[in-house]
Write a protein that binds this ligand. Structure first.
Ligand code: ADP
Ligand code: MG
Length: 290
Protein backbone atom coordinates (compact mmCIF):
# COMPACT_ATOMS: atom_id res chain seq x y z
CA UNK A 1 0.00 0.00 0.00
CA UNK A 2 1.35 3.41 -0.88
CA UNK A 3 1.41 5.90 1.98
CA UNK A 4 -0.32 8.54 -0.16
CA UNK A 5 -3.39 6.44 -0.91
CA UNK A 6 -3.64 5.46 2.75
CA UNK A 7 -3.45 9.08 3.80
CA UNK A 8 -6.17 9.97 1.31
CA UNK A 9 -8.26 7.15 2.83
CA UNK A 10 -7.59 8.54 6.29
CA UNK A 11 -8.72 12.01 5.18
CA UNK A 12 -11.86 10.60 3.60
CA UNK A 13 -12.51 8.76 6.89
CA UNK A 14 -12.43 12.03 8.81
CA UNK A 15 -15.08 13.44 6.44
CA UNK A 16 -17.29 10.42 7.16
CA UNK A 17 -16.87 10.86 10.91
CA UNK A 18 -14.27 8.12 11.37
CA UNK A 19 -11.08 8.92 13.27
CA UNK A 20 -8.32 6.52 12.27
CA UNK A 21 -5.33 5.95 14.62
CA UNK A 22 -2.89 5.43 11.77
CA UNK A 23 -3.03 4.80 8.02
CA UNK A 24 -2.00 1.13 8.52
CA UNK A 25 -5.28 0.49 10.35
CA UNK A 26 -7.06 0.39 6.98
CA UNK A 27 -5.13 -2.80 6.14
CA UNK A 28 -6.59 -4.78 9.07
CA UNK A 29 -10.04 -3.35 8.44
CA UNK A 30 -10.17 -4.99 5.05
CA UNK A 31 -9.68 -8.57 6.33
CA UNK A 32 -12.48 -8.46 8.92
CA UNK A 33 -15.23 -11.10 8.53
CA UNK A 34 -16.96 -10.93 11.93
CA UNK A 35 -18.22 -7.89 13.82
CA UNK A 36 -18.79 -8.21 17.56
CA UNK A 37 -21.16 -5.53 18.81
CA UNK A 38 -21.43 -4.56 22.46
CA UNK A 39 -25.09 -4.13 23.36
CA UNK A 40 -25.47 -1.31 25.88
CA UNK A 41 -24.44 2.06 24.46
CA UNK A 42 -23.42 0.60 21.10
CA UNK A 43 -26.53 -1.10 19.64
CA UNK A 44 -28.80 0.58 22.21
CA UNK A 45 -28.71 4.23 23.26
CA UNK A 46 -27.42 3.37 26.74
CA UNK A 47 -29.76 6.01 28.11
CA UNK A 48 -31.72 3.80 30.43
CA UNK A 49 -34.76 4.75 32.44
CA UNK A 50 -36.34 3.13 35.45
CA UNK A 51 -39.55 1.45 34.28
CA UNK A 52 -40.90 -0.71 37.09
CA UNK A 53 -40.41 -1.26 40.80
CA UNK A 54 -41.41 -4.56 42.42
CA UNK A 55 -41.13 -5.13 46.15
CA UNK A 56 -41.01 -8.34 48.18
CA UNK A 57 -43.99 -9.10 50.40
CA UNK A 58 -43.67 -6.86 53.45
CA UNK A 59 -41.06 -4.51 51.97
CA UNK A 60 -41.62 -0.78 51.48
CA UNK A 61 -41.37 0.61 47.94
CA UNK A 62 -40.07 4.02 49.03
CA UNK A 63 -37.34 2.43 51.13
CA UNK A 64 -36.29 0.08 48.30
CA UNK A 65 -35.99 3.08 45.98
CA UNK A 66 -34.16 5.32 48.47
CA UNK A 67 -31.55 2.76 49.48
CA UNK A 68 -30.97 1.49 45.93
CA UNK A 69 -30.86 5.03 44.53
CA UNK A 70 -28.37 6.14 47.20
CA UNK A 71 -25.86 3.40 46.30
CA UNK A 72 -26.32 3.74 42.54
CA UNK A 73 -25.84 7.50 42.80
CA UNK A 74 -22.12 6.77 43.31
CA UNK A 75 -21.81 4.73 40.08
CA UNK A 76 -21.54 5.91 36.47
CA UNK A 77 -23.00 2.75 34.94
CA UNK A 78 -26.07 3.38 32.69
CA UNK A 79 -28.16 1.04 34.87
CA UNK A 80 -27.01 2.95 37.95
CA UNK A 81 -27.84 6.34 36.49
CA UNK A 82 -31.35 5.17 35.58
CA UNK A 83 -31.94 3.92 39.11
CA UNK A 84 -30.50 6.99 40.87
CA UNK A 85 -32.51 9.40 38.70
CA UNK A 86 -35.72 7.32 38.90
CA UNK A 87 -35.43 6.95 42.67
CA UNK A 88 -34.80 10.67 43.21
CA UNK A 89 -37.79 11.57 41.00
CA UNK A 90 -40.07 9.26 42.93
CA UNK A 91 -38.82 9.78 46.50
CA UNK A 92 -36.94 13.09 46.63
CA UNK A 93 -33.48 13.60 48.11
CA UNK A 94 -31.42 10.42 48.34
CA UNK A 95 -29.57 9.47 51.54
CA UNK A 96 -25.75 9.35 51.76
CA UNK A 97 -23.79 6.22 50.97
CA UNK A 98 -20.67 5.02 52.81
CA UNK A 99 -18.11 2.39 51.83
CA UNK A 100 -19.32 2.31 48.24
CA UNK A 101 -17.93 -0.52 46.12
CA UNK A 102 -18.42 -1.22 42.45
CA UNK A 103 -18.45 -4.87 41.34
CA UNK A 104 -17.79 -4.70 37.58
CA UNK A 105 -20.41 -6.45 35.46
CA UNK A 106 -22.40 -7.37 38.58
CA UNK A 107 -23.51 -4.32 40.54
CA UNK A 108 -22.75 -2.12 43.51
CA UNK A 109 -22.58 -2.28 47.30
CA UNK A 110 -22.58 0.34 50.04
CA UNK A 111 -23.84 1.22 53.51
CA UNK A 112 -26.92 3.43 53.63
CA UNK A 113 -28.78 4.43 56.80
CA UNK A 114 -27.02 1.63 58.71
CA UNK A 115 -27.90 -1.11 56.18
CA UNK A 116 -25.49 -3.11 53.99
CA UNK A 117 -27.15 -2.56 50.62
CA UNK A 118 -26.46 -4.30 47.29
CA UNK A 119 -27.95 -3.68 43.86
CA UNK A 120 -27.39 -5.74 40.73
CA UNK A 121 -27.03 -9.39 39.92
CA UNK A 122 -25.02 -10.26 43.00
CA UNK A 123 -25.19 -13.95 43.82
CA UNK A 124 -26.14 -13.66 47.50
CA UNK A 125 -29.41 -11.98 46.54
CA UNK A 126 -30.25 -13.45 43.13
CA UNK A 127 -29.64 -17.12 44.08
CA UNK A 128 -32.63 -17.47 46.34
CA UNK A 129 -35.27 -14.91 45.40
CA UNK A 130 -38.71 -15.04 47.02
CA UNK A 131 -41.21 -16.33 44.41
CA UNK A 132 -42.99 -12.99 43.89
CA UNK A 133 -39.67 -11.32 43.01
CA UNK A 134 -38.51 -14.24 40.84
CA UNK A 135 -41.73 -13.96 38.82
CA UNK A 136 -41.41 -10.18 38.47
CA UNK A 137 -37.79 -10.51 37.34
CA UNK A 138 -38.60 -13.18 34.72
CA UNK A 139 -41.50 -11.17 33.32
CA UNK A 140 -39.39 -8.00 33.06
CA UNK A 141 -36.56 -9.84 31.31
CA UNK A 142 -38.86 -11.57 28.85
CA UNK A 143 -40.13 -8.08 28.02
CA UNK A 144 -36.59 -7.00 27.12
CA UNK A 145 -35.85 -5.08 30.32
CA UNK A 146 -32.77 -5.39 32.51
CA UNK A 147 -33.89 -6.43 35.98
CA UNK A 148 -31.67 -5.96 39.00
CA UNK A 149 -32.18 -7.12 42.56
CA UNK A 150 -32.08 -4.79 45.57
CA UNK A 151 -31.20 -6.37 48.89
CA UNK A 152 -29.89 -5.38 52.27
CA UNK A 153 -28.70 -7.14 55.41
CA UNK A 154 -28.88 -10.49 53.61
CA UNK A 155 -32.50 -10.26 52.40
CA UNK A 156 -33.74 -9.56 48.84
CA UNK A 157 -36.24 -6.66 49.05
CA UNK A 158 -37.08 -5.67 45.52
CA UNK A 159 -36.49 -5.84 41.79
CA UNK A 160 -35.97 -2.78 39.60
CA UNK A 161 -36.56 -3.01 35.86
CA UNK A 162 -34.72 -0.57 33.61
CA UNK A 163 -34.96 -0.27 29.86
CA UNK A 164 -32.97 1.21 27.12
CA UNK A 165 -34.05 1.75 23.52
CA UNK A 166 -32.37 0.30 20.44
CA UNK A 167 -30.81 3.14 18.40
CA UNK A 168 -32.83 4.05 15.34
CA UNK A 169 -29.88 3.31 13.07
CA UNK A 170 -28.88 -0.08 14.51
CA UNK A 171 -31.07 -2.36 12.37
CA UNK A 172 -29.96 -0.63 9.20
CA UNK A 173 -26.32 -0.82 10.32
CA UNK A 174 -26.65 -4.59 10.84
CA UNK A 175 -28.16 -4.96 7.35
CA UNK A 176 -25.25 -3.00 5.86
CA UNK A 177 -22.67 -5.08 7.72
CA UNK A 178 -24.31 -8.28 6.46
CA UNK A 179 -24.40 -6.90 2.91
CA UNK A 180 -20.62 -6.52 3.19
CA UNK A 181 -20.40 -10.24 4.00
CA UNK A 182 -19.75 -9.78 7.71
CA UNK A 183 -21.29 -11.88 10.49
CA UNK A 184 -22.66 -9.75 13.37
CA UNK A 185 -22.44 -11.07 16.96
CA UNK A 186 -24.08 -9.36 19.95
CA UNK A 187 -21.91 -9.42 23.12
CA UNK A 188 -23.01 -8.26 26.56
CA UNK A 189 -22.90 -8.72 30.29
CA UNK A 190 -26.67 -8.39 30.36
CA UNK A 191 -29.18 -11.20 30.79
CA UNK A 192 -29.80 -13.63 27.90
CA UNK A 193 -33.55 -12.97 27.53
CA UNK A 194 -32.96 -9.21 27.26
CA UNK A 195 -30.14 -9.73 24.79
CA UNK A 196 -32.20 -12.03 22.56
CA UNK A 197 -35.00 -9.45 22.48
CA UNK A 198 -32.53 -6.79 21.28
CA UNK A 199 -30.85 -9.19 18.82
CA UNK A 200 -34.22 -10.05 17.31
CA UNK A 201 -35.10 -6.38 16.96
CA UNK A 202 -31.96 -5.53 14.98
CA UNK A 203 -31.58 -8.78 13.03
CA UNK A 204 -28.64 -10.48 14.78
CA UNK A 205 -28.66 -14.28 15.17
CA UNK A 206 -25.53 -14.94 17.21
CA UNK A 207 -25.65 -13.81 20.83
CA UNK A 208 -23.04 -14.04 23.61
CA UNK A 209 -24.77 -12.92 26.83
CA UNK A 210 -24.10 -12.83 30.59
CA UNK A 211 -20.38 -12.31 30.00
CA UNK A 212 -18.35 -10.74 32.81
CA UNK A 213 -16.22 -7.72 31.80
CA UNK A 214 -12.94 -9.69 31.98
CA UNK A 215 -14.47 -12.49 29.88
CA UNK A 216 -15.29 -10.24 26.91
CA UNK A 217 -11.65 -10.70 25.86
CA UNK A 218 -12.08 -14.49 25.92
CA UNK A 219 -15.21 -14.24 23.80
CA UNK A 220 -13.21 -12.34 21.15
CA UNK A 221 -10.27 -14.80 21.38
CA UNK A 222 -12.60 -17.78 20.98
CA UNK A 223 -13.93 -16.35 17.70
CA UNK A 224 -10.34 -15.72 16.56
CA UNK A 225 -9.41 -19.33 17.36
CA UNK A 226 -12.31 -20.42 15.13
CA UNK A 227 -10.39 -18.68 12.37
CA UNK A 228 -12.41 -15.50 12.26
CA UNK A 229 -10.94 -12.03 11.81
CA UNK A 230 -12.80 -9.99 14.36
CA UNK A 231 -13.79 -6.36 14.56
CA UNK A 232 -15.27 -5.29 17.89
CA UNK A 233 -17.41 -2.20 18.40
CA UNK A 234 -17.84 -0.95 21.97
CA UNK A 235 -18.26 2.08 24.17
CA UNK A 236 -17.65 1.15 27.78
CA UNK A 237 -14.72 0.88 30.17
CA UNK A 238 -15.65 -2.82 30.25
CA UNK A 239 -15.03 -3.11 26.52
CA UNK A 240 -11.49 -1.66 26.45
CA UNK A 241 -9.55 -4.94 26.75
CA UNK A 242 -11.74 -6.68 24.15
CA UNK A 243 -11.36 -3.70 21.78
CA UNK A 244 -7.58 -3.99 22.09
CA UNK A 245 -7.69 -7.79 21.57
CA UNK A 246 -9.86 -7.69 18.46
CA UNK A 247 -8.13 -7.54 15.07
CA UNK A 248 -9.83 -4.19 14.69
CA UNK A 249 -11.27 -2.12 17.55
CA UNK A 250 -13.93 0.49 16.87
CA UNK A 251 -15.03 2.84 19.65
CA UNK A 252 -18.21 4.85 19.80
CA UNK A 253 -17.18 8.53 19.97
CA UNK A 254 -19.99 8.93 22.50
CA UNK A 255 -18.35 6.32 24.74
CA UNK A 256 -15.67 6.33 27.43
CA UNK A 257 -12.09 7.53 26.97
CA UNK A 258 -10.86 4.04 27.86
CA UNK A 259 -12.73 2.53 24.92
CA UNK A 260 -11.51 5.23 22.53
CA UNK A 261 -7.88 4.82 23.64
CA UNK A 262 -8.01 1.04 23.18
CA UNK A 263 -9.42 1.28 19.64
CA UNK A 264 -8.02 1.64 16.13
CA UNK A 265 -11.00 3.62 14.85
CA UNK A 266 -13.48 5.96 16.50
CA UNK A 267 -16.99 6.46 15.12
CA UNK A 268 -17.32 10.12 16.05
CA UNK A 269 -21.11 10.42 16.17
CA UNK A 270 -21.73 7.01 17.74
CA UNK A 271 -23.66 5.89 14.65
CA UNK A 272 -23.16 2.18 13.99
CA UNK A 273 -23.80 2.61 10.24
CA UNK A 274 -20.45 4.35 10.08
CA UNK A 275 -18.79 1.02 11.01
CA UNK A 276 -19.98 -0.26 7.62
CA UNK A 277 -18.67 2.94 5.99
CA UNK A 278 -15.27 2.25 7.56
CA UNK A 279 -15.10 -1.28 6.10
CA UNK A 280 -16.21 -0.01 2.69
CA UNK A 281 -13.66 2.81 2.78
CA UNK A 282 -10.76 0.50 3.62
CA UNK A 283 -11.70 -1.97 0.89
CA UNK A 284 -11.93 0.83 -1.66
CA UNK A 285 -8.73 2.56 -0.54
CA UNK A 286 -6.73 -0.65 -0.66
CA UNK A 287 -8.12 -1.86 -3.97
CA UNK A 288 -7.06 1.37 -5.68
CA UNK A 289 -3.51 0.81 -4.49
CA UNK A 290 -3.10 -2.79 -5.54
P1 ADP B 1 -22.83 -4.42 29.06
O1 ADP B 1 -21.90 -5.52 28.66
O2 ADP B 1 -24.17 -4.59 28.39
O3 ADP B 1 -22.26 -3.02 28.76
P2 ADP B 1 -22.13 -4.66 31.97
O4 ADP B 1 -21.12 -5.75 31.80
O5 ADP B 1 -21.60 -3.33 32.35
O6 ADP B 1 -23.11 -4.56 30.67
O7 ADP B 1 -23.18 -5.10 33.10
C1 ADP B 1 -23.79 -6.36 33.05
C2 ADP B 1 -24.94 -6.47 34.01
O8 ADP B 1 -24.47 -6.33 35.38
C3 ADP B 1 -26.02 -5.40 33.86
O9 ADP B 1 -26.94 -5.71 32.86
C4 ADP B 1 -26.63 -5.42 35.27
O10 ADP B 1 -27.52 -6.51 35.40
C5 ADP B 1 -25.43 -5.66 36.16
N1 ADP B 1 -24.85 -4.40 36.64
C6 ADP B 1 -23.67 -3.84 36.25
N2 ADP B 1 -23.45 -2.69 36.90
C7 ADP B 1 -24.54 -2.46 37.67
C8 ADP B 1 -24.96 -1.42 38.57
N3 ADP B 1 -24.20 -0.34 38.83
N4 ADP B 1 -26.15 -1.56 39.19
C9 ADP B 1 -26.93 -2.63 38.96
N5 ADP B 1 -26.62 -3.64 38.12
C10 ADP B 1 -25.44 -3.57 37.50
MG1 MG C 1 -21.55 -0.86 26.61
Amino acid sequence: ATPTALLVGTGRGAQLGILIKGPEVLESTRRVDTVVLDKTGTVTTGRMTLQEVYVADGADEGEVLRLAGAVEHASEHPVARAIAVGAAERTGRLPEVEEFANVPGRGVRGRVAGHEVAVGRLAEYTADLPPELARAKDAAERGGRTAVVVGWDGVARGVLAVADAVKETSAEAVRELRALGLTPVLLTGDNRAVTEAVAHEVGIEQVIAEVLPEDKVDAVRRLQREGRTVAMVGDGVNDAAALATADLGLAMGTGTDAAIEASDLTLVRGDLRVAADAIRLSRRTLSTIK
